[in-house]
Design a binder for this molecule. Structure first.
Ligand code: PRX
Length: 632
């Protein structure tokens, strides 16, 4: 693929320069040479960031499924597109070829059409990690319906909010799902969510666990008989470049979740381009992103990016701890995985276990390792590097967001030298800058500030579904004309970026700005610590002080540990960052995607537990009560 893959650092800097000086040519060439269009664009980009208005490939016509499936049929028809590994290692895997995928997507698309779904209609997908999830996403895209995938761990309230917000006409679900040794009753949750809703006309139900479920006459239909009789020929709807492709909800710091809207052409070009450069697939490689498709990582880097590149993408139904903590490594050995992409939380969890879980597997097929979703601390980075990559696989720490659609700052493996805990350099075309609190751009290196992006990129979200004003206010008002990420970052002496965490997690102590991520990093360096979370609480002399919640690997005398931990922090950051309060806990409240819910921890530290908000969507709601009991 010409003009697509960056070969070395010199090439990277050249591409970055070209992309900045002439974005129209840079992205126009990439789009033209690597994708299939029904009609070319009249203009590559039109934008007014101050008004939160962006369009890419104006006037172009295409269908993303033709790019992800049809165009591969001639040369890759019998190649596996989706390699599905079930929860139970004894159940057979499914190797879905590009030809099979084409057939399944067409059939599913016809079922959607028969259910009355038309271009522009919203379809909510609430499925576990089974092949029907990928197939239904692509089936929506085939006929121009807007998919809105809701992670199958969300509660009925969370699901109802999302269905309501986008007024979905159809919900696709299953009788249930497997996750480790548990089953989830998805259909029951859907029934509960739909109790007070009028927009949903049809619920399509896949069978996965063969449980007894209730089916509402006239509304609920089993998918299997419908798919069996559906035609496997389905015209790919002609879509405008800017027609919506999907909505994906992400939580804001306050209020309703935000339905981020992504459109067709720009999203396709950027997710495919970044996938190709960062994971560098060769024709016979097997690539595995262990995220859930319910998150943006799964949308861009299990489904669209890999398939647009004709890659074999592994889709894993299970969890890293089932049947034991060696599952990830077993799967890597089984399929000879070449590129592996996961989250720091998973790495930390597995690093806590005996290393024999890793060592009994042959991981020599691995070429590239990736992380995403949160800052990776130094200890986890080195564990990943030593034990999984055996010091021979570059680690790409990829910083991006639901809103950005694709990876924004990350090392390009074999091109950008890595540095632990640094996301390093922006992808070509991404114009990153740091801003100070007064709205001025911070020039030069060895500086910290708020991370913004100065120029649009193809896969940026175009709006918040139904609320453009909120989109504008959240991202484009703080620094007019710039996209504000909500994250803080540090730029080192060579211009590498390190993400220091959400700026709403920044705590000002005695006039000093402290990001929570580096403090947590320092704490986690202590040999007896597994994980920690630091929040601020009001202090009458310093303004704010620090409260640390810490999970221990092994017990020891608490006062002694408190002293030792503060000594490590003092050494690594300075005495200013010492914790005033340290509570040892058994777990930390986490979202389903593994993010620590600092809002809750902050409330507990503030001794204000009256309005904790909805904690039912947490991975581990019970831990909240336990932490409250032990609060200092
Ligand atoms: O704070 C950053 C953190 O995750 C946020 C975006 O979360 P979400 O929309 O759920 O998307 C996650 C998957 C792309 C960011 O604002 N974040 C994501 N990746 C990193 C990160 N923080 C540090 N390092 C990363 N590599």
């Amino acid at each position: 693929m010409s003009n697509y893959r960056i070969n070395d650092l010199e090439h990277y800097f050249k591409a970055q320069k070209e992309a900045i000086e002439n974005p129209e040519k840079f992205w126009g060439d990439i789009a033209e040479q690597n994708f299939q269009w029904r009609k070319k664009w009249n203009k590559v980009v039109a934008h007014n960031l101050a008004e939160a208005e962006v369009k890419w490939f104006l006037g172009a016509k295409l269908n993303i499924t033709e790019n992800c499936i049809d165009r591969h049929l001639k040369t890759r028809g019998n190649k596996t597109a989706i390699l599905w590994e079930p929860n139970d290692p004894n159940e057979p895997a499914e190797h879905i070829t590009y030809k099979d995928l084409h057939q399944r997507v067409c059939k599913f698309a016809n079922v959607l059409k028969e259910s009355g779904v038309k271009k522009g209609d919203r379809v909510c997908i609430y499925l576990p990690m089974i092949p029907d999830l990928t197939v239904s996403i692509l089936a929506c895209a085939r006929i121009g319906a807007i998919h809105s995938v809701v992670f199958a761990g969300f509660s009925s309230t969370a699901l109802a909010t999302r269905i309501n917000d986008c007024e979905a006409k159809v919900v696709i679900t299953s009788d249930g799902g497997f996750r480790g040794d548990k089953t989830i009753n998805l259909k029951g949750i859907v029934d509960e969510a739909l109790k007070h809703m009028s927009c949903v006309e049809t619920v399509l139900v896949a069978k996965r666990i063969d449980s007894k479920i209730s089916m509402k006459a006239g509304r609920d239909k089993f998918l299997k008989p419908l798919l069996e009789k559906a035609s496997d020929d389905c015209y790919a709807e002609e879509m405008d470049a800017e027609d919506p492709l999907f909505i994906l909800y992400t939580s804001g710091s306050t209020g309703m979740p935000k339905g981020m809207l992504h459109t067709t052409a720009g999203y396709m070009v950027y997710s495919a381009y970044t996938f190709n450069n960062v994971f560098r697939p060769e024709e016979n490689d097997i690539y595995w992103c262990a995220a859930d498709i319910g998150w943006i990582t799964g949308h861009s880097y299990i489904v669209y990016g890999p398939l647009a590149n004709g890659t074999t993408s592994v889709m894993f139904e299970g969890v890293p701890s089932y049947p034991d903590f060696g599952r990830f490594w077993e799967v890597i050995e089984k399929y000879k995985i070449n590129q592996f992409y996961t989250a720091p939380t998973a790495i930390r969890t597995l690093a806590k276990e005996n290393v024999s879980f890793v060592e009994k597997h042959d991981l020599s097929s691995l070429k590239i390792l990736g992380t995403v979703g949160e800052p990776i601390n130094e200890e986890a980075w080195h564990w990943y590097d030593n034990h999984i990559g055996k010091k021979g696989c570059p680690i790409t720490d990829t910083w991006w967001q639901t809103e950005t659609g694709g990876m924004m700052i990350c090392p390009i493996p074999f091109v950008t030298p890595t540095k632990p805990t640094f996301a390093t350099l922006p992808m070509p075309g991404i114009q990153v800058c740091l801003m100070d609190e007064n709205g001025k751009e911070i020039e030069g290196n060895r500086e910290s500030g708020r991370l913004c992006i100065k120029f649009p990129w193809p896969s940026m979200a175009r709006t918040i579904w139904g609320n453009h004003q909120r989109y504008k206010e959240t991202y484009f008002i703080t620094y007019p004309g710039k996209y504000f990420t909500g994250d803080g970052a540090m730029r080192d002496e060579v211009g590498y970026y390190r993400i220091t965490g959400r700026v709403d997690d920044v705590i000002i102590i005695s006039g000093h700005n402290l990001g929570t991520a580096p403090i947590e990093d320092a704490i986690n360096e202590h040999e007896k610590v597994v994980e920690s979370a630091v929040v601020g609480f009001p202090h009458n002399i310093k303004g704010n002080a620090l409260y640390g919640y810490i999970i221990l690997k092994e017990e020891d005398e608490h006062d002694k540990l408190r002293n030792e931990i503060n000594r490590v922090i003092s050494e690594q950051i300075g005495p200013i960052a010492k914790l005033d309060k340290i509570q040892f806990v058994k777990g930390l409240p986490k979202t389903r995607s593994g993010k620590i819910m600092r809002r809750i921890l902050r409330k507990i530290a503030h001794k204000d537990t009256s309005k904790l908000g909805d904690i039912s969507t947490l991975l581990n709601p019970d831990i909240v009560e336990e932490i409250m009991k032990g609060a200092l």
